[in-house]
Design a protein around this ligand. Structure first.
Ligand SMILES: NC(=O)NCCC(=O)O
Ligand SMILES: [Zn+2]
Ligand SMILES: [Zn+2]
Length: 467
């Protein structure tokens, strides 16, 4: 007999509906939902019953943008697949899609194999990969086809970071054309890196070396210019486009304009852009380094445009871009030169809670919370309905969420392998109570009960958001 779990009495929230329903889980899957007061639900027997009275029963979060152990800026992101996926589970995320990296001059396959080695047997929750293209040439274009067939169905390109990940417009166009043919979705880091490097050089030459200048040189106009250019290139290629970590109001406007034309252009933002600002980058005593990421944090006024974009579906997804570097020893590499601060921020544990706070604050509805954090990321990256919803046949990736719990975010209590929290002291209404990953309790009444190696690699299908 397969182990059976019944979750009773909660409010089941999916992107499509909210219902008072009991959920029957058999082994790794959801097998049925039935109204909590129905004879059908009452008739279910189970090995375990979870009482969700007064709680939300929501799909596990799908975070489609993380960088565990990423080599970047002369160091490595501080979370391993083991620590990072455990922290994700604590925060109610049950699937991540991380980025395997092609090293310049090397095959995509080499990069993908390396990421499988790092992650295999170490993850607490399920995971997939996108591929970062650092070297678009005939060889890597051909390899894209093979990767799509293997479930790596999305490819990130960079208009930023010349000499590291940067691709020029010709390379971008070629990759987009290939994506249009093989179904691979192009994800774009849209910032004009060539112009930014000029401004970095000028700032440093004038002695403007503090973390806040990271935000000043990476101008909103250079994000919107690159976003515009990426959209036009995608149109020429006849390819859909997904713009990652959108932070500038002007970039949202580019996406809105494209979508108003009916173009298949999508945008993602991250909690740091919704809750933090250049005020954080300007914190004294080099504390601003904690908030250095790219695209950068923007002045507070941009936040309203991002929330609006999430409401109007001009932005479809909220990921974390989790790329943690410790303040001590890592962020400190950039004392006296902001351009040497490793770019990236921690957040994989905080996303579901911060977005729930967005519900409490009236920015989005409960269903929209689930849509942007679970269902649409799953659809966008070919994981739906296995992930991102609670329905018969879906993986039993389920979170029991207490909407009334009060918590204070802190590095003292978080589970990410990083020595600070970007949201230190922030009060949140709502907290994850129990998390099932394919039926297995990985967080059980706020205790960790998962294990490294439970998480499986997921082969993804191509983007389902258009269909
Ligand atoms: N975002 C960031 O600052 N670091 C991670 C790499 C990237 O996504 O560009
Ligand atoms: Zn990026
Ligand atoms: Zn990233």
């Amino acid at each position: 007999m397969m182990p059976r779990t019944v979750i009773r009495g909660g409010l089941v929230i999916t992107a499509a509906e909210e219902t008072h329903a009991d959920v029957l889980v058999e082994d790794e899957r959801v097998v049925a939902l039935a109204a909590s007061d129905s004879d059908v639900a009452r008739g279910w027997t189970a090995d375990r019953t979870i009482d969700a009275t007064g709680k939300y029963v929501i799909p596990g979060g799908v975070d489609p943008h993380t960088h565990m152990e990423m080599p970047f800026g002369g160091t490595f992101a501080a979370d391993t697949f083991e620590t990072g996926t455990r922290a994700a589970a604590w925060g109610g995320t049950t699937t991540i899609v991380d980025f395997a990296i092609q090293t310049k001059g090397h095959a995509l396959r080499e990069g993908l194999d390396a990421w499988h080695l790092k992650s295999g047997g170490n993850c607490a929750i399920d995971y997939g990969f996108h591929m970062i293209l650092s070297d678009v040439d005939e060889g890597s274009l051909k390899e894209m086809d093979l990767l799509v067939d293997e479930g790596v169905t999305s490819f990130k390109l960079f208009m930023a970071y010349p000499g590291v990940f940067y691709s020029d417009d010709g390379q971008i166009l070629r990759a987009m054309q290939r994506g249009a043919a093989n179904g691979g979705l192009i994800m774009m880091h849209a910032e004009n890196g060539i112009a930014i490097d000029v401004l970095v050089e000028q700032a440093l030459a004038e002695g403007r070396t503090d973390p806040r200048y990271h935000g000043e040189v990476r101008k909103a106009l250079l994000e919107s210019e690159a976003t515009h250019r990426a959209i036009q290139l995608a149109r020429v290629a006849g390819a859909p486009l997904y713009v990652v970590h959108v932070s500038a109001e002007e970039a949202v406007a580019e996406l809105t304009q494209a979508r108003d034309k009916g173009l298949p252009v999508f945008g993602e933002t991250c909690p740091q852009y919704l809750f933090l600002s250049t005020d954080n980058l300007a914190e004294p005593d080099f504390e601003g380094a904690k908030y250095v990421c790219s695209t950068p944090l923007r002045p507070r006024e941009h936040q309203a445009a991002l929330w609006r974009g999430l409401r109007t579906n001009d932005l479809q997804v909220v990921s974390t871009d989790h790329c943690p570097f410790c303040f001590t020893g890592q962020k400190e590499m950039g004392r006296g030169d902001f351009s040497k601060i490793p770019n990236g921020m921690p957040g994989v544990e905080n996303r579901m809670d911060l977005l729930h706070q967005g519900v409490v604050d009236g920015h989005i509805t409960r269903r929209r919370w689930i849509e942007i954090a679970c269902a649409t990321p799953a659809r966008m990256f070919g994981l739906y309905p296995k992930k991102g919803t609670i329905a018969p046949g879906s993986d039993a990736d389920i979170v029991i969420y207490d909407p009334a719990a009060q918590q204070t975010i802190s590095a003292e209590t978080h589970h990410m392998n990083v020595d600070y929290s970007a949201y230190e002291g922030k009060q949140i209404t709502g907290q994850v109570e129990t998390v099932l990953s394919r039926g297995l309790p990985v967080i059980d009444g706020r205790a960790y009960t998962g294990r490294a190696g439970h998480g499986r690699y997921v082969r993804r299908s191509t983007c389902q958001y258009l269909t």
